[in-house]
Design a protein around this ligand. Sequence first.
Ligand code: HEM
Length: 208
Amino acid sequence: MNALIKNLWTVTLVVCLLPLLLLGLDVVFDNLGSNPIQAVHIRLGDWSLRFLCIALTITPIQTITRWRGMPEYRQLFGLFAFFYASLHFLVYLLVDHNFNWSLIIMDIIESPYIWFGVFAYIIVFLLGITSSKFAMKKLGKNWKKLHRWVYLAAIASVIHYFWQLKGNLAEPLLYAIIISLLLSFRIFTWFTARQLGKMMIPKGRGDE
Ligand code: HEM
């Protein structure tokens, strides 16, 4: 059973790299249309948001299935959200703006949708660098508090997506619905756990 779970994790890791491999092949075979740089940028942003959503589904799945091995997958998907977001950011800095910092700062100031992208990235970055067991131990109770910010990162990413879009709103709308459902599930389980906790406290103790 242990070997199966270990292999499943490795297979998942390889699958998470497939979007990058396919993107690489599209670059090599010139399959990215008239604006390949924009296409690369968009694909990386899309995959970052997808992995963020996949990472968010793990806790509800764990709550429903009670499978204890889930956090390793949540960490893996979260790190891939960070990985693809970093590449997305890097393409923006290097390929779009050639590390021209005055141009980058001007663009960031003038484009409110970029603020949301940067805000989401800062959160994803903080979560990525504190995702290890070591950081978890060091941060103690604060770790959970910090990692709840993942919902803010997801919301900011969807706003970032909506705001820069010129045409079809269907896709960001779908992400918005998925994130709202996942957030509602978390609020619902938190609320019921709290109510149950209150019911377990013997009468009079709550007044102490
Ligand atoms: C967690 C962080 C981020 C996520 C999840 C994310 C996600 C996305 C998504 C989903 C899109 C739309 C792709 C599409 O049209 O299908 C997008 C577009 C874009 N993002 Fe981000 N983004 C993030 C951070 C950033 C940062 C930090 C920057 C730059 C400072 C940035 C710059 C852009 C730009 C310029 C576009 C428009 C691309 C174009 O149409 O040419 N993003 N992003």
